[in-house]
Design a protein around this ligand. Structure first.
Ligand code: IMP
Ligand code: MG
Length: 185
Protein backbone atom coordinates (compact mmCIF):
# COMPACT_ATOMS: atom_id res chain seq x y z
CA UNK A 1 0.00 0.00 0.00
CA UNK A 2 1.25 3.45 -0.89
CA UNK A 3 2.06 6.21 1.52
CA UNK A 4 -1.02 8.27 2.43
CA UNK A 5 0.58 11.40 0.96
CA UNK A 6 -0.11 10.05 -2.52
CA UNK A 7 -3.82 10.43 -1.86
CA UNK A 8 -3.82 13.61 0.17
CA UNK A 9 -5.18 16.74 -1.49
CA UNK A 10 -5.10 18.83 1.67
CA UNK A 11 -5.49 18.56 5.41
CA UNK A 12 -9.05 19.67 6.14
CA UNK A 13 -8.98 19.45 9.94
CA UNK A 14 -5.59 19.37 11.68
CA UNK A 15 -5.06 17.12 14.71
CA UNK A 16 -5.03 19.93 17.27
CA UNK A 17 -8.29 21.39 15.95
CA UNK A 18 -9.91 17.95 16.18
CA UNK A 19 -8.71 17.47 19.73
CA UNK A 20 -9.86 20.89 20.85
CA UNK A 21 -13.37 20.39 19.44
CA UNK A 22 -13.64 16.89 20.89
CA UNK A 23 -12.77 18.27 24.32
CA UNK A 24 -15.62 20.77 23.95
CA UNK A 25 -18.04 18.03 22.90
CA UNK A 26 -16.97 15.96 25.90
CA UNK A 27 -17.64 18.86 28.24
CA UNK A 28 -21.05 19.47 26.71
CA UNK A 29 -21.96 15.78 26.99
CA UNK A 30 -20.70 15.71 30.59
CA UNK A 31 -22.96 18.63 31.50
CA UNK A 32 -26.00 17.11 29.78
CA UNK A 33 -25.58 13.67 31.34
CA UNK A 34 -24.49 14.75 34.82
CA UNK A 35 -26.13 12.44 37.35
CA UNK A 36 -27.51 10.19 34.60
CA UNK A 37 -26.61 6.79 33.34
CA UNK A 38 -24.75 6.94 29.98
CA UNK A 39 -23.91 4.33 27.37
CA UNK A 40 -21.78 5.31 24.38
CA UNK A 41 -22.40 3.15 21.33
CA UNK A 42 -19.55 3.39 18.85
CA UNK A 43 -20.18 2.51 15.23
CA UNK A 44 -17.23 0.48 14.01
CA UNK A 45 -14.86 0.91 12.49
CA UNK A 46 -14.83 4.60 11.61
CA UNK A 47 -15.95 5.84 15.01
CA UNK A 48 -13.20 4.21 17.02
CA UNK A 49 -10.63 7.03 17.16
CA UNK A 50 -13.36 9.52 17.95
CA UNK A 51 -14.76 7.29 20.71
CA UNK A 52 -11.45 6.87 22.50
CA UNK A 53 -10.66 10.59 22.48
CA UNK A 54 -14.24 11.59 23.31
CA UNK A 55 -14.54 9.25 26.29
CA UNK A 56 -11.37 10.72 27.78
CA UNK A 57 -13.11 14.10 27.71
CA UNK A 58 -16.31 12.86 29.33
CA UNK A 59 -16.14 13.06 33.10
CA UNK A 60 -19.38 11.30 33.98
CA UNK A 61 -19.24 7.54 34.56
CA UNK A 62 -20.23 5.71 31.39
CA UNK A 63 -20.10 2.40 29.54
CA UNK A 64 -19.06 1.73 25.96
CA UNK A 65 -20.49 -0.65 23.40
CA UNK A 66 -19.81 -1.39 19.75
CA UNK A 67 -21.84 -2.04 16.65
CA UNK A 68 -20.75 -2.70 13.10
CA UNK A 69 -22.88 -1.80 10.10
CA UNK A 70 -22.21 -2.37 6.45
CA UNK A 71 -23.08 0.69 4.43
CA UNK A 72 -20.72 0.40 1.52
CA UNK A 73 -17.83 -1.92 0.88
CA UNK A 74 -14.23 -1.42 -0.19
CA UNK A 75 -14.05 0.65 -3.34
CA UNK A 76 -17.60 1.99 -3.16
CA UNK A 77 -18.11 5.63 -2.19
CA UNK A 78 -21.86 5.81 -1.77
CA UNK A 79 -24.04 4.38 0.93
CA UNK A 80 -26.58 2.02 -0.61
CA UNK A 81 -29.37 2.76 1.82
CA UNK A 82 -29.43 -1.00 2.19
CA UNK A 83 -27.78 -1.27 5.57
CA UNK A 84 -26.93 -4.48 7.42
CA UNK A 85 -26.04 -5.06 11.07
CA UNK A 86 -22.73 -6.92 11.04
CA UNK A 87 -22.09 -6.83 14.78
CA UNK A 88 -24.76 -6.29 17.38
CA UNK A 89 -24.44 -4.87 20.90
CA UNK A 90 -23.34 -7.29 23.60
CA UNK A 91 -25.59 -5.79 26.31
CA UNK A 92 -29.26 -4.75 26.55
CA UNK A 93 -30.08 -1.05 26.16
CA UNK A 94 -33.61 -1.00 27.53
CA UNK A 95 -34.00 2.01 29.86
CA UNK A 96 -30.46 3.19 29.16
CA UNK A 97 -29.44 6.64 27.95
CA UNK A 98 -27.75 5.75 24.68
CA UNK A 99 -25.45 8.09 22.79
CA UNK A 100 -24.39 6.91 19.35
CA UNK A 101 -20.81 7.87 18.46
CA UNK A 102 -20.33 8.06 14.68
CA UNK A 103 -17.50 9.31 12.49
CA UNK A 104 -19.45 10.96 9.68
CA UNK A 105 -23.00 11.44 8.49
CA UNK A 106 -23.25 11.54 4.74
CA UNK A 107 -26.57 10.52 3.09
CA UNK A 108 -27.96 9.71 6.54
CA UNK A 109 -29.11 6.21 5.57
CA UNK A 110 -26.75 4.36 7.89
CA UNK A 111 -27.71 6.31 11.00
CA UNK A 112 -31.41 6.20 10.20
CA UNK A 113 -31.25 2.40 10.09
CA UNK A 114 -29.25 2.27 13.32
CA UNK A 115 -31.72 4.57 15.10
CA UNK A 116 -34.73 2.54 13.97
CA UNK A 117 -33.02 -0.67 14.99
CA UNK A 118 -31.99 0.57 18.44
CA UNK A 119 -35.37 2.19 19.16
CA UNK A 120 -37.06 -1.20 18.95
CA UNK A 121 -35.13 -2.03 22.16
CA UNK A 122 -36.71 0.87 24.03
CA UNK A 123 -33.76 2.85 25.38
CA UNK A 124 -34.66 5.62 27.83
CA UNK A 125 -33.13 8.11 25.43
CA UNK A 126 -31.24 7.94 22.15
CA UNK A 127 -29.01 10.74 20.94
CA UNK A 128 -26.40 11.14 18.23
CA UNK A 129 -22.88 12.47 18.40
CA UNK A 130 -21.23 12.79 15.00
CA UNK A 131 -17.73 14.10 14.44
CA UNK A 132 -18.34 15.15 10.84
CA UNK A 133 -21.49 16.29 9.08
CA UNK A 134 -21.42 16.28 5.28
CA UNK A 135 -24.69 18.15 5.23
CA UNK A 136 -24.93 18.80 1.47
CA UNK A 137 -25.21 15.08 0.84
CA UNK A 138 -28.12 14.41 3.17
CA UNK A 139 -30.94 12.32 1.68
CA UNK A 140 -32.76 11.52 4.91
CA UNK A 141 -32.88 13.86 7.85
CA UNK A 142 -30.92 12.79 10.93
CA UNK A 143 -31.25 14.60 14.27
CA UNK A 144 -27.64 15.30 15.29
CA UNK A 145 -27.43 16.28 18.98
CA UNK A 146 -23.66 16.79 19.13
CA UNK A 147 -21.80 17.79 15.96
CA UNK A 148 -18.05 18.20 15.68
CA UNK A 149 -17.66 19.87 12.29
CA UNK A 150 -19.74 20.55 9.20
CA UNK A 151 -17.61 19.68 6.18
CA UNK A 152 -17.93 20.22 2.41
CA UNK A 153 -18.93 17.48 -0.02
CA UNK A 154 -15.50 15.92 -0.41
CA UNK A 155 -14.29 12.40 0.28
CA UNK A 156 -12.21 12.52 3.45
CA UNK A 157 -9.96 10.08 5.27
CA UNK A 158 -7.96 9.74 8.46
CA UNK A 159 -8.89 9.86 12.15
CA UNK A 160 -10.89 6.63 11.89
CA UNK A 161 -12.18 7.18 8.37
CA UNK A 162 -10.77 4.90 5.76
CA UNK A 163 -9.76 5.02 2.16
CA UNK A 164 -10.37 1.42 1.08
CA UNK A 165 -9.79 0.31 4.68
CA UNK A 166 -6.42 2.05 5.05
CA UNK A 167 -5.18 5.22 6.74
CA UNK A 168 -7.63 5.17 9.65
CA UNK A 169 -4.64 5.83 11.91
CA UNK A 170 -3.90 9.35 10.65
CA UNK A 171 -4.37 11.93 13.43
CA UNK A 172 -6.02 14.50 11.10
CA UNK A 173 -8.88 14.59 8.57
CA UNK A 174 -7.59 14.84 5.02
CA UNK A 175 -9.30 15.34 1.67
CA UNK A 176 -8.67 12.60 -0.90
CA UNK A 177 -7.34 13.78 -4.28
CA UNK A 178 -10.22 13.50 -6.76
CA UNK A 179 -7.98 12.00 -9.47
CA UNK A 180 -7.29 9.13 -7.05
CA UNK A 181 -11.00 8.46 -6.51
CA UNK A 182 -11.86 8.13 -10.18
CA UNK A 183 -12.29 4.73 -11.70
CA UNK A 184 -12.48 2.92 -8.39
CA UNK A 185 -16.27 2.51 -8.29
P1 IMP B 1 -24.31 7.46 5.03
O1 IMP B 1 -25.16 6.24 5.25
O2 IMP B 1 -24.33 7.89 3.58
O3 IMP B 1 -24.65 8.59 5.96
O4 IMP B 1 -22.81 7.00 5.23
C1 IMP B 1 -22.22 6.97 6.46
C2 IMP B 1 -20.97 6.12 6.43
O5 IMP B 1 -20.29 6.24 5.19
C3 IMP B 1 -19.99 6.57 7.48
O6 IMP B 1 -20.19 5.87 8.67
C4 IMP B 1 -18.65 6.29 6.84
O7 IMP B 1 -18.24 4.99 7.17
C5 IMP B 1 -18.90 6.36 5.37
N1 IMP B 1 -18.44 7.63 4.74
C6 IMP B 1 -19.22 8.65 4.31
N2 IMP B 1 -18.48 9.66 3.79
C7 IMP B 1 -17.21 9.26 3.92
C8 IMP B 1 -15.94 9.90 3.59
O8 IMP B 1 -15.85 11.03 3.07
N3 IMP B 1 -14.83 9.17 3.87
C9 IMP B 1 -14.87 7.93 4.44
N4 IMP B 1 -16.01 7.31 4.78
C10 IMP B 1 -17.17 7.98 4.51
MG1 MG C 1 -16.07 3.45 5.49
Amino acid sequence: MQDYREFLEEILIPADTLQERIRELGQEISRDYAGKDLLLVCILRGGVMFLTDLMRSIDVPHNIEFMAISSYGTGARESSGNVQIKLDLATPIEDRNVLIVEDIIDSGHTLTSVINFLNTRRPKSLRICALLDKVERREVEVPIDYRGFTIPNKFVFGYGLDLDEYYRDLPFIGVVRTDKLQGVE
